[in-house]
Write a protein that binds this ligand. Structure first.
Ligand SMILES: *Cc1c(COP(=O)(O)O)cnc(C)c1O
Length: 485
């Protein structure tokens, strides 16, 4: 176990006069800053920056980097989040100076390579979605949801239709109802049936002339393909509404099924999930959206367009909802996704989904006798086990199991989501894990389920911290230390 006490703040390690560089004596005339910067713009004293040697700094950050679990260091079966390996090749490509050092205010003529890449990516995303038009702007899946709902609102406004409701299955990710509310709609829950699918009777009851959009996750958050998806789309369309696909689970259906073909009118991608961009603590995401032709005029501007062999940004779209993110979006993430997709090609992407589904079903088969899976039939790239029976038997909860896995060197799975499964443990292995890793995870989880309750309930025992108050941590954030109070 590491001693966190030894990890002090840089300001605490600071010693007056300590330096990481030694500069040569000045051999040009010195600028007198007191003259160059007017008095009212000058601070009273220099900022209290830490004074450190290079070794102090390297050790500090190296030690910090080992305190957390990451995809590079541990198996990370965090359901719904698709924590797959991030190929280093894509990191190198995204770091090439010709891409990394671009500035969005450069003239378009000097951004042709980047614009061409983005234009190509729009075409690829449209093709995979089976939809017509793309906006690369949104910065995350959740912002993609919000953007698409704003596009839908603009579309209905343009048609003179007043539609106030967005229907969201109860198994959906929390961002779905939140996005609906932020876009000014009422979010209305749709129940799940006994097989974990959208309850068709409940859907029929709640669909009406007030329905603007049905937001659906397919495969859903139980890892199941909605059996009635075409019928659902037809019902929504017959009621004059639009169907939105939460594309977080595209990892399961690449090359097998296209949202546009099963009736979605708009969707978001999570390139940081499906297309291997580092995420979580590892970097920003992106949330490009794909829409059908009739929604295109309302997409955010600017959009990347092609004129002959030149690429440009098009701001001329009178019905656009405007911009939702600066410039073209998080291009570094989009570039990684582009490199990933071009490296694998169509058949490689289909393999991604096949292996993701195989790995999830392998784990499911080896775990379901100790961790029952209420909706196991037709499981795709992830499954949701229930620790309800274990808790009733010996008091060990989903949270306890997740915490104890950390002691065995595995990142915890997602717990308590979706809310349609009691004591949910949501496991998504992704396609990048080997059979040996999956077997080791099975061994660990089976061992833990046989361990004395007290040992599991007080885990983790080897972490740098034990059980932080997660509600406090989320609601009362102190993310930065400040020298200046
Ligand atoms: C991750 C996720 C989202 C939100 O995407 P972000 O990129 O994290 O904003 C939405 N829905 C589902 C099902 C997800 O797994």
């Amino acid at each position: 176990m590491r001693n966190t006490q030894s990890i002090k703040l840089l300001s605490e390690l600071s010693r007056p006069g300590r330096r990481a560089v030694r500069l040569q004596p000045l051999d040009v005339p010195a600028v007198d800053h007191c003259v160059a910067i007017p008095a009212h713009s000058r601070a009273a004293a220099p900022p209290p920056l830490p004074e450190l040697s290079e070794l102090d700094i390297v050790r500090h950050y190296t030690n910090l980097s080992t305190l957390n679990m990451s995809v590079d260091s541990h198996f990370y079966p965090l359901g719904s989040c698709t924590m797959k390996y991030n190929p280093k090749r894509n990191e190198r490509l995204a770091g090439l100076a010709g891409m990394l050092d671009l500035h969005p205010y450069q003239p378009e003529s000097s951004l042709q390579g980047m614009l061409e890449m983005l234009w190509n990516l729009q075409g690829i995303f449209a093709e995979i979605a089976g939809l017509d038009a793309i906006s690369l702007q949104p910065a995350a899946g959740a912002q993609g949801e919000l953007t698409a709902l704003l596009v839908a609102a603009a579309y209905f406004r343009d048609r003179g239709e007043v539609r106030t409701n967005v229907l969201v299955p109860t198994s959906a990710h929390g961002t779905n109802p939140a996005s609906a509310a932020m876009a000014g709609f009422n979010a209305i829950g749709i129940e799940s049936d006994a097989e974990g699918m959208v309850d068709m009777a409940d859907l029929r009851t709640k669909l009406n002339a007030q329905t603007a959009v049905l937001m659906i996750t397919n495969p859903n958050t139980l890892g199941l393909f909605e059996r009635n998806i075409s019928e659902i789309a037809k019902l929504v369309h017959d009621a004059g509404g639009l169907m939105y696909l939460d594309g977080a689970n595209m990892n399961a259906i690449l090359g097998a099924s296209r949202p546009g073909d099963f009736g979605a009118d708009m969707m978001h991608y999570n390139p940081h999930k499906t297309f291997s961009g580092p995420h979580g603590g590892g970097g920003p995401g992106a949330g490009p959206i794909a829409v059908r032709k009739m929604l295109e005029p309302f997409l955010p501007t600017p959009r990347v367009v092609r004129h002959g062999d030149r690429f440009a940004l098009d701001w001329n779209q009178p019905k656009s909802i405007g911009r939702v993110r600066s410039f073209f979006g998080n291009v570094g993430v989009l570039l990684r996704a582009y490199a990933y997709i071009r490296t694998l090609g169509p058949s490689g992407l289909a393999d991604v989904s096949r292996y993701a589904v195989l790995n999830a079903n392998y784990l499911l088969a080896l775990l379901r006798d100790v961790l029952p899976v209420p909706y196991a039939e037709g499981c795709l790239h992830e499954f949701v086990g229930s620790a309800h029976g274990i808790k009733a038997r010996c008091g060990v909860s989903a949270m306890d199991l997740a915490k104890r896995l950390l002691d065995y060197g595995f990142h915890a799975p997602t717990v308590y989501f979706p809310m349609t499964v009691r004591e949910a443990v949501m496991i998504e292995p992704t396609e990048t894990e080997s059979r040996e890793t999956l077997d080791a995870f099975v061994d660990a989880l089976r061992t833990i389920i046989g361990e004395p309750s007290e040992l599991v309930q007080s885990a983790p025992h080897t972490g740098t911290i034990n059980r932080p108050d997660e509600v406090q941590a989320a609601k009362n954030q102190h993310l930065a230390w400040s020298a200046v109070p």
